[in-house]
Design a protein around this ligand. Structure first.
Ligand SMILES: NC(=O)c1ccc[n+]([C@@H]2O[C@H](COP(=O)([O-])OP(=O)(O)OC[C@H]3O[C@@H](n4cnc5c(N)ncnc54)[C@H](OP(=O)(O)O)[C@@H]3O)[C@@H](O)[C@H]2O)c1
Length: 319
């Protein structure tokens, strides 16, 4: 049975994705920071689908936690407790309104959670993927500043890893919450493409894909928005209006299933961007800036410095 690791698989889009994967007989590794909720989800999936579901404690905003979790994952593979990974789904993400806050590592929380943590996770686990394995990144249409999605909560800025990690500190410009989110997702898409180029250059069959599930109010993403406002955003008239102004709307169940499709289907192309829109999955063009290879290389190089990747941690496959 294939084994797929997902971050943020116990709620929202990730949960709908793992329900679909488990129904297709895929063994799951649920990685997250809330072990009680992970265990609860794991028990329900085992009962419903009879697949193997393993939980892995991991705070994606904390580099130490990712290192520990990746080491544990590799030990489980070596001991045969879980299979080699068919896919890694970098799905966990969050928005943080108001003033920036910083992780234990000293990096801005949105950038660390949505982008940098998954960068490190992929470095540490790429050697644990099957030869035809896959990495899927849950990005967001908000990453593209030239679209209505990208203008809605604040247009992404040019991604400079050091400035983003230290937003509001050390003389770096302070970015508002919306821009911190959209720019972190711009980094996610740049990373997905750069990983694809490096995998191809190394002659590997592993694929790397970016995905926009569309806007969905019924997940935990808007958890810090007051209840009434959240209910209003999810209401039919507001959804209708959002569509009218050109926003890309997702659907909790369908967008989650589309993520599962991207994880396992053979009709998916590496180095591409997929979006759930109008009831179907489409391959489409991402923001112009995401095709800037020099920018992507710089982001990769600076991210390695920020996560302090040691020579022993260098993935064999990408050397
Ligand atoms: N909903 C939308 O409109 C929308 C649109 C485009 C893209 N997306 C993206 O879709 C992905 C899934 O989001 P969602 O909408 O399904 O929201 P969600 O229900 O809040 O799911 C986000 C998941 O990420 C996990 N997570 C957050 N911070 C974490 C951390 N530091 N360490 C480990 N796990 C962490 C959460 O776990 P906890 O329970 O521990 O917080 C949760 O399981 C995100 O990447 C989001 O940016 C969402």
């Amino acid at each position: 049975m294939p084994t797929i690791l997902i971050t943020g698989g116990h709620s929202g889009i990730g949960l709908e994705c793992v329900k679909e994967l488990a129904a297709r007989g895929v063994d799951i590794v649920l990685a997250g920071r809330d072990l009680a909720r992970l265990d609860e989800t794991a028990a329900a999936l085992r009962l419903r689908c009879g697949v193997k579901v393993t939980t892995l404690g991991m705070d994606v905003s904390c580099l130490g936690s990712i290192r520990e979790a990746a080491a544990q994952c590799r030990r489980m593979i070596e001991s045969g407790e879980i299979g080699r990974l068919q896919a890694i789904l970098c799905n966990a993400g969050a928005t943080f309104r108001g003033e920036p806050s910083y992780t234990k590592d000293g990096y801005e929380l949105t950038f660390a959670t949505n982008y940098l943590g998954h960068f490190l996770l992929v470095q540490l686990l790429i050697d644990s993927l099957e030869e035809d394995g896959r990495v899927v990144f849950t990005a967001s249409g908000t990453h593209d500043p030239d679209t209505t999605d990208g203008k809605f909560i604040g247009r992404a800025v040019k991604p400079d890893a050091f400035a983003l990690a230290k937003t509001g500190l050390d003389g770096n410009k302070r970015l508002p919450g919306g821009k911190r989110y959209t720019t972190s997702k711009l980094c996610v898409v740049l990373h997905a493409y750069e990983l694809d180029r490096r995998l191809k250059a190394a002659g590997l069959r592993i694929s790397s894909i970016a995905y926009d599930p569309g806007a969905i109010a019924a997940t935990g993403l808007l958890r810090d928005v007051p209840g009434p406002a959240r209910a209003m955003i999810g209401s039919r008239p507001v959804r209708w209006l959002m569509k009218r102004v050109g926003l890309t709307l997702g659907d909790l169940v369908q967008s989650g299933r589309a993520l599962a499709h991207l994880a396992v289907s053979s009709d998916v192309l590496s180095g591409r961007y997929y979006q759930w829109k109008d009831g179907a999955l489409h391959e489409r063009r991402s923001a112009d800036l995401t095709y800037d290879q020099m920018l992507a290389e710089a982001l990769w190089r600076d991210s390695r410095t920020l996560v302090q990747l040691s020579p022993e941690e260098e993935p064999e496959r990408l050397k």
